[in-house]
Ligand binder design. Structure first.
Ligand SMILES: [Zn+2]
Length: 487
């Protein structure tokens, strides 16, 4: 969680002519976006993307490595003269996307999941394929034609407008460049990606093997979090909706001779990612069971049993059974007046609040109020809480409960409000980042013994297999290098 502002707005772009696609040789409808426009959009949005997705991952060895692999692929693409920029985002969600004009992003969460250089190259090649295929330009032009603009939507207004599902804000507010592509564009990006893999000598099956790791990872994550629909998260599944069958078909359609293309550089890859952060980073705060702790901002709070916490660069949410949700946000917010005035005149200005009260939360000034938010399916009871942490920082809880559950959950949610406090020295000693660490398998090791001390919740053996691309039931062989997650 960094900041609440979730708005990406895009200036209208000038009208230009039709174009021949450099990658496919076909004529595409790109009337509203020229290559110069694409570069301009990319350059303009690049710093915003970095800010929204956790910042640049600050390990120069890792970023230089990703750049080297990416540049190698870009060199053999149809746009070798375009300056490509590859960025590793400090985001634990498995994600990759591209902006027009040669900007490619992958998350450190994706690096932790991939098992060799060929899989990384497969992801980068796919993103390069979207750029050389000019898919954003086509989509942008079509959406302009259809009269669909991009509208920034803040978390609160999306709630007030009655969006029933409390999803990642980016899913509602982000730009068309980050939305999923069409099946056709995904297929084309895969085909182009495989072409670049083949030209650089990589194992062309790597794209499909990474996708199966991703599917296994998403399924496990969904099961552990109790959420049936992993696609509701803003991740690579939503930015690049595709299935194993389609990727295999695209690999075939690329029509490259697979025999000689077997380079995977597994050893180099694992050596490079050894020690990278896994899960939440310190500057975004940690989810540890029912506790959210943010060391740089100096606070923690606890959500009730039955709620699952999610942390992203944009907000912290907790979802409970029967549609109850907690949205937490805040940070540097200048407000001279009281917390009650901030609540009623700024944050919840649009809602008609009842029961506005000034309260004390562990020595901090706070205010609370209630409202009924209506939408098509009935509505929510909303409880707003704002807390002045110190002179410059304000934090906010928005508790949403279906009216039939409000009374039952009230004391639990009150406990969450009261759990918000500043950190002690013990708290600071107790919570830290998790890291990916390589281990050479010894003769007596098993999945059970290797995974025993991994800190994540849920079935540790399954996490181990998923992270190492191992089939259910498989055991590692002595001498093999495997990934562990360590505290
Ligand atoms: Zn894609």
């Amino acid at each position: 969680m960094r900041d609440l502002r979730v708005i990406l707005a895009f200036a209208a772009l000038t009208l230009t002519a039709c174009s021949v696609n450099p990658a496919t040789g076909e004529r595409n409808f790109t009337a509203f976006m020229s290559p110069e426009d694409e570069l301009r959009v990319g350059q303009k949005e690049h710093p915003k993307i970095i800010q929204q997705f956790g910042g640049i991952y600050s390990d120069p060895r890792v970023t230089a490595y990703v750049d080297r692999i990416g540049q190698g692929l870009a060199q053999v693409s149809e746009l070798p003269d375009l300056k490509f920029t590859f960025t590793v985002l400090d985001d634990d969600i498995v994600n990759a996307f591209a902006l027009p004009g040669g900007f490619v992003y992958i998350s450190r969460g994706l690096l932790a999941l991939a098992n060799n250089e060929a899989e990384l190259a497969g992801v980068l090649g796919h993103e390069i394929g979207h750029i050389t295929g000019r898919h954003s330009a086509q989509r942008y032009s079509q959406s302009v034609l259809a009269g669909i603009g991009t509208v920034g939507v803040s978390i609160l207004s999306s709630v007030l407008l009655g969006t029933p599902a409390v999803g990642d804000a980016i899913g509602q507010g982000a730009s068309i460049y980050l939305q999923g592509f069409s099946r056709e564009h995904e297929f084309e990006a895969d085909t182009l990606g495989v072409r670049y893999l083949a030209r650089t000598g990589y194992d062309t099956e790597a794209m499909a093997s990474f996708l199966s790791s991703l599917e296994a990872f998403s399924a496990l994550e969904a099961r552990v979090s109790g959420l049936p629909d992993p696609a509701s998260r803003f991740n690579i599944m939503s930015t690049h909706p595709r299935t194993g069958d389609r990727v295999v078909a695209a690999t075939r359609a690329a029509n490259v001779k697979a025999a000689a293309r077997t380079k995977d550089e597994r050893h180099t890859y694992l050596e490079t990612i050894n020690g990278i952060t896994f899960g939440d980073s310190e500057h975004e705060g940690f989810v540890r069971g029912h506790i959210f702790v943010h060391e740089p901002a100096n606070f923690l709070f606890e959500v009730p049993e039955g709620f699952t916490l999610f942390n992203s660069a944009r907000q912290v949410t907790a979802r409970g059974a029967n549609g109850a949700a907690i949205l937490f946000s805040g940070g540097q917010i200048p407000h001279r007046g009281s917390m009650a005035s901030y609540l009623t005149r700024v944050w919840a200005k649009g809602a008609s609040l009842a029961n506005v009260e000034t309260i004390d939360i562990n020595g901090m000034e706070a205010a609370t109020g209630r409202a009924r938010l209506r939408n098509a399916s009935g509505g929510f009871d909303a409880r707003f809480v704002v807390i002045r942490h110190d002179q410059d920082n304000i934090y906010r809880f928005l508790f949403l409960t279906p009216p039939s559950r409000t009374r039952k959950l009230d004391s639990d949610l009150d406990a969450t409000t009261q759990s918000f406090r500043k950190l002690t020295a013990e708290d600071r000693a107790r919570y830290g980042e998790w890291k990916i660490e390589m281990r050479v398998v010894r003769p007596n090791d098993s999945v059970a013994s290797l995974s025993r001390n991994m800190p994540m919740p849920g079935p540790k053996e399954e996490w181990f297999r998923v992270l190492n691309g191992m089939a259910p039931g498989a055991q590692p062989t002595p001498g093999q290098v495997v990934k562990l997650v360590v505290e």
